[in-house]
Design a protein around this ligand. Structure first.
Ligand code: KG4
Ligand code: ZN
Length: 365
């Protein structure tokens, strides 16, 4: 198999990104350029992502970012072997901006086009950064997703658990908002928690001890709101203690849920060796969470792989890499490639909740 040089484009949420990645003959990844523009400023005033603003912002900047990514990689379009673009899941307006641009470049330069599932991009990132190849256990924790999956191969996933309500990053963001902290909330909560007492508030540990590794975070967020109301007005120390206690509850539930997933992984994959646990998504940047996961890996004989932060959060290198993997298998898409708002990695996964919890808010993709 000859090497493949791929331009990746990402515009599914509030990051516009372009990157060039090379997959060499041995199947190893090389990052040639990686440009990310975050729309944080555009959305800050709204405390979350506004789809119309996001779509417009992608359109305005995408061509400049692509030009920069090609320049950084010192390549012309003629040197590429394909264009990979996020085609879902995400905000349709943003996805369409990326798709139109990718199709135009592919058409003009006669290059194959590959539509990539954004989640698969996150899931395959350790192959690019650390040469970690499937199978492995994946914890995907971002603003839109909280899932634990077995990555069996490119395009082959088994979902073991998911959130029954809020995504973990969303819980961080909402908690930050109700405490008057900036968006995105994760880094803020982490910062404030550093000076806080994690034992001051006894917040719930949702789903802890349940046999299926699902997650639930909306009750935890509500508990923080209630505790904050009771002691209003909040001093800086109160905010720090609330953040620290929230973070401690999150860490506790993650440890419990991932331990169960590790057991399931060994059973299902019949693996008695040292499999890898890969953590991807923006929340993987949280130090308390990654430290807890390192300990858990040490005691369960898993190796931990956390991609570097700029490749853990949304980026186009992961899209280019996943696209390269697909192209290497001879897969490509036609120009009819459409945006998909929902696109689960494991469409067969059922949310096998305990019977007393059925009927609650549906799980996300
Ligand atoms: O993967 P990502 O960049 O975007 C998607 O949601 O796809 O993840 C962003 C999320 C936000 O909810 C943000 O608050 C959270 O990741 N996050 C963190 C930290 N840094 C980012 N959460 C906890 N601790 C952090 N240090
Ligand atoms: Zn993402």
């Amino acid at each position: 198999m000859k090497d493949l040089t791929i331009l990746g484009i990402e515009s599914s949420c509030d990051e516009t990104a372009a990157a060039v990645v090379r997959r060499d003959e041995a199947g190893r990844g090389h990052l040639l350029s990686n440009i990310i523009h975050t729309q944080l400023e555009e959305h800050k005033a709204f405390g979350g992502v506004v789809p119309e603003i996001a779509a417009r912002a992608h359109v305005e900047i995408l061509d400049i970012l692509i030009e920069q990514a090609m320049k950084d990689a010192a390549l012309s379009f003629g040197a590429l072997d394909g264009i990979a673009v996020t085609s879902g899941p995400g905000l349709v307006g943003g996805l369409m901006s990326g798709l139109m641009t990718a199709k135009a470049i592919a058409l003009v330069h006669d290059l194959p086009l590959v539509g990539v599932n954004h989640l698969e991009g996150h899931a395959l990132t350790p192959g690019l950064t650390d040469n970690v190849q499937p199978p492995y256990l994946l914890l995907l924790v971002s603003g839109g997703h909280t899932q634990i999956l077995i990555v069996k191969d490119v395009g082959s996933f088994e979902r073991l658990g998911t959130t029954i309500d809020d995504a973990l990053g969303e819980a961080f963001d909402k908690t930050a908002k109700l405490l008057g902290l900036d968006y995105p909330g994760g880094p803020q909560v982490e910062k404030w928690a550093k000076n806080g007492d994690p034992k001051r508030f006894a917040f719930p540990r949702p789903l802890k001890g349940r046999p299926e590794p699902h997650f639930s975070y909306s009750g935890l967020k509500t508990a923080v709101r209630r505790a904050a109301k009771e002691i209003e007005p909040l001093s800086d120390q109160d905010v720090s203690d609330l953040c620290a206690s929230f973070e401690a509850a999150v860490v506790d539930t993650i440890k419990d849920r991932v331990a169960i997933a590790m057991r399931l992984y060994r059973e299902k994959m019949q693996d008695n060796g040292q499999p890898a646990l890969v953590v991807a998504g923006g929340v993987a940047a949280n130090q308390k969470i990654s430290q807890a996961l390192q300990k858990l890996c040490d005691s369960n004989n898993f190796s931990l792989s956390v991609p570097p932060q700029q490749l853990c959060t949304d980026n186009a290198a992961m899209i280019a890499w996943a696209g390269a993997q697909r192209l290497a298998r001879g897969e490509r898409d036609g120009f009819g490639l459409a945006a998909k708002a929902r696109w689960p990695l494991d469409p067969d996964a059922k949310l096998a909740l305990p019977s007393n919890m059925q009927g609650r808010k549906g799980a996300k993709a």
